[in-house]
Structures are given as C-alpha cells and as structure tokens.
Design a protein around this ligand. Sequence first.
Ligand code: SAM
Length: 297
Amino acid sequence: MNSISPSNNTPIPALEWPTDQEPIVILHGDTRDIIRRLPDNSFQCVVTSPPYWGVRDYGVEGQIGAEAELDVYLDTLVDIFREVRRVLKPEGTFWLNIGNTYSSGGRKWRQEDDKNKGRAMSYRPPTPPGLKKKDLIGVAWLLALKCQRDGWYLRNDIIWYKPNCQPESVKDRFTVAHEYLFLFSKSEHYYFDQEAIKERTTNGNGLKNKRSVWSINTEPCPDAHFAVFPKGLVRPCILAGSRPNDVILDPFYGVGTVGIVSGELSRLCVGIELKQEYIEIADKRTAAVQPALIPAE
Ligand SMILES: C[S@@+](CC[C@H](N)C(=O)[O-])C[C@H]1O[C@@H](n2cnc3c(N)ncnc32)[C@H](O)[C@@H]1O
C-alpha cells in the first residue's frame, strides 16, 4: 500500500492521484481543510452522503452535523460543496444523498438503540428558530435550494425508497421510508450516460429512461455503527456520471462504499474522511481494489 503525507496547507498535487496500480487514495483529515487544497477541474463525478444534522455522533473532533444551529450546518455544507464545484470538471455531476429530520422538541440527548448503535447522541440540537416541537425540518430541501442559489444546476430530486426502512414507534404520522438523492451539475450541459442506466419497461420487452424513484434496501455494514451507502444507490450515479478510468470523489468517505463501487466499475476514487477508524475499515473493505492510504499529518 502506498502512503503519502501531504504537508499542511500545501496544495495536494495530481501526482498523488489514484492510478491503475493504486485505484483508491484516501485523504485523512477535515474535508474543509483538504478540499480547498485539491486542484481545479480535476474530478469527473462526486458522490457523497454528508453527516445529517443532529442524527449521528461520530465521536470525532471536527465532525460536521453536531452544530448547535441549523444555519451553521447548512452554510458549512454549502461552503464545502462550493469547493466541490471548483474541483469538478465543467462537464461533471454531483450526487448528494441526504435525509430529512424532525425537530427534537427540546430533548437534549438520545439513548443508544440496540439495533442502531450510532443513533446514541450525547447532544441534540435545539429546535431551529421559527419551528415547533415535532416539525419536519426539511433539511434536505433547505440544503438543495441553498446549493442551487450558490450556483449549482439542480437537475433531479431522486427519491431513494427503502423497503426495509427502520420501523418507528410514532402514532401520529407515517413511517419515513425515503431519503433524497439530488443530482447537480456544474454547467448547463454535462456528461450524462442515460443509456448506461436504462431500466426495463413494465412489459419487460424494452428499456426506458430510468425513473426518479429508486427502490433499494439499506445494507448493513457490521463494522460501522452507522448507515453506509447501499452499493445499488451509488452504482447508477457513477455509471451515468463517468466513464472507465475517470476519477470519482467522495468528500465524506466513511467506510468506503464509493471506493468499492468505483473499483468495481473500473473508475478511480479519492475519498476524504476525518475518522481514522473508518479509514481502516474502508481499507479492509476495499482491499480487493488495493487502496492507497494517505495518513494524517
Ligand atoms: C453518512 S457518513 C458517510 C458514509 C459513507 N457514504 C459510506 O458508505 O461509508 C458521513 C461521514 O462523514 C465523516 N465526517 C464527519 N465530519 C467530517 C469532516 N469534518 N471531514 C471529513 N469527514 C467527516 C464521518 O466520520 C462519516 O464517516
């Protein structure tokens, strides 16, 4: 495994990019610091799922998602995604997975759940100004519209329907069984291989343009105590947004699902992740595609 240490505050040159021999490079650190050091127009496609607001405690200093104020969380992500736009090629696409959340109604913490250990929270963000206890905050759309106003072309809101979603004990609303996947482009015209992701017609005799509701089960990852991307959610994004040997970026790499799918589809991948423990898990999961790890300073 190749291991390269980028010095503090210096640009990270293309020399350190993934190659056929080392198809994955993981950059360890805070995305806010790392991404601004990556060169302009260098990635074909970005696929990511940032931490949701007040949903998970990753237990690492500098984690995003633990901001006391919703606007600070949104602005932090919009700033990072502006950098994503800079490093994306003009013909590139950005696929953003995010779910909605409810206001906490003043609860300060959440107990550990046996089935879902990452849901234990030592804090809960307060109800945002103007909202009430029990309100659906609509974080996903707030973020998507802020990104649009910041310069992104917002091209699709894809509903990721989860047939095996977590049951909820609520009695006065429906169980939430979906999240969003937003498709953004940097330019008005961009690379999009519609043919690569066509789906069967209802009678099974032909193919049609893929629809905007995708039914995909969540996939457990026993090593990680949080929800990882199902590979089935990432695959269409990479197939439609890139060609073999293109470089894909995930600025919130987690345990490396985007790297695995990139490798399976003969793409190269750069991941940025803050938590060393997750990088080690990602490294194990992507061993088949021989990832290169760039450690922290
Ligand atoms: C929703 S998870 C991503 C999961 C990933 N899609 C997968 O399949 O494994 C979000 C990730 O963002 C990481 N993270 C949180 N704050 C970060 C920061 N400031 N810089 C880089 N990574 C961060 C967390 O450690 C976590 O691994």
